[in-house]
Write a protein that binds this ligand. Structure first.
Ligand SMILES: Cc1cc2nc3c(=O)[nH]c(=O)nc-3n(C[C@H](O)[C@H](O)[C@H](O)COP(=O)(O)OP(=O)(O)OC[C@H]3O[C@@H](n4cnc5c(N)ncnc54)[C@H](O)[C@@H]3O)c2cc1C
Length: 301
């Protein structure tokens, strides 16, 4: 309690926005999640670094989030501090390099690439995350992934500022060198190539259209729930098992894309977890394939 109070005072002294017992349902695209003890939006990068240091020093559990578009937060919420990665500073373009703060939305970076006739990021247009979240997850779609375009990163952790080169990022399927660490990504450099402006714009439009046609973008979700099992598509397996429209409480397997679970209104984390177990069990029984979750689970269980 005392440490939470002192974190609050410290954060306020840095000009950060501080919310106590803040429902995480307000900060996740799933619109699910109980209260975080303390939810902080720092004002600038320096404040974010100071807050991470403070939490480290005081042993306060710390969770850095971006847009919350890949998160399932428990109904009991998060014990500790949540820091929302801020959109500090501008997205800058220099030759074929774009530098973006971790809190910048991927859309803004894709648009900067498009406006400057830089190709490589078209695949990411429409992924509803921040740059930091996308690098953490090695987000990918339509044959592209962050691994193909990230040149280097800057981060902070354990009281030290540092960074990773593309090689050090050790990107894998929906994972990076940041997976399992407590490092806060602060900025990312992308290496792109000059291309045809009209063709880049057309490709982005086309990929966004495909998303709108195939994905349930009108309902809250966290995107694809499961990783793609080798040799299969999770959505197709789930659909072929007759699970489209399967429901637990407010959580439902999307009738538009079976790889998505959507919040039909008032879904709890427990509803989603129960539905996930049902899907895994049925898919294993009918196909022999074990599904693994792609979405990240945060909070007290
Ligand atoms: C409708 C929809 C469609 C989607 N389509 C795709 C898709 O095509 N491809 C795809 O890969 N994903 C997709 N997703 C999932 C999601 O958008 C991506 O994983 C995205 O990259 C997550 O970014 P975020 O900022 O929302 O991260 P969050 O969900 O906030 O966090 C995800 C992880 O990254 C960590 N993290 C976030 N920011 C930082 C930081 N600054 N420093 C350190 N760690 C950080 C968090 O701790 C967490 O572990 C989709 C989601 C939705 C809702």
């Amino acid at each position: 309690m005392t440490t939470a109070m002192s974190l609050k005072s410290f954060a306020l002294s840095l000009g950060a926005e501080v919310l106590e017992n803040e429902p995480m349902s307000k900060h996740t695209t799933f619109k699910i999640g109980g209260p975080a003890d303390i939810f902080i939006t720092p004002r600038d990068e320096q404040s974010m670094l100071s807050l991470c240091s403070f939490c480290g020093g005081e042993k306060i559990p710390l969770f850095v989030i971006g847009n919350g578009s890949n998160l399932l937060v428990s109904d009991k919420g998060i014990r500790g501090a949540v820091i929302k990665s801020g959109n500090f500073g501008a997205v800058t373009v220099e030759g074929e390099t774009i530098t973006a703060p971790a809190g910048a939305h991927l859309k803004a970076v894709c648009e900067a690439a498009r406006e400057n006739g830089l190709t490589g990021l078209e695949f990411a247009y429409g992924i509803p995350g921040t740059v930091g979240g996308a690098v953490f997850m090695n987000a990918g779609a339509y044959g592209g992934e962050m691994k193909d375009v990230v040149n280097s990163t800057r981060h902070f952790g354990g009281g030290i500022a540092g960074g990773f080169s593309a090689e050090e990022l050790c990107f894998g399927y929906r994972k990076s060198a940041y997976t399992g660490t407590n490092l806060a990504i602060t900025s990312v450099k992308f290496a792109l190539k000059h291309g045809d402006k009209a063709a880049i714009a057309e490709k982005m439009r086309d990929l966004l259209d495909r998303r709108r046609t195939k994905q349930p973008l009108d309902l809250p979700s966290a995107g694809s729930v499961f990783k793609r099992p080798v040799g299969y598509y999770a959505g197709t397996l789930i659909e072929n098992c007759g699970l489209k429209g399967e429901r637990v409480g407010g959580a439902m397997v999307s009738t538009k894309h079976a790889g998505f679970i959507v919040n039909m209104g008032g879904a709890t984390c427990n509803d989603v977890l129960e539905l996930v177990e049902k899907i895994k069990k049925e898919v294993l029984k009918q196909t022999g394939v074990t599904l693994e979750c792609e979405i990240k689970m945060f909070g007290e269980t």
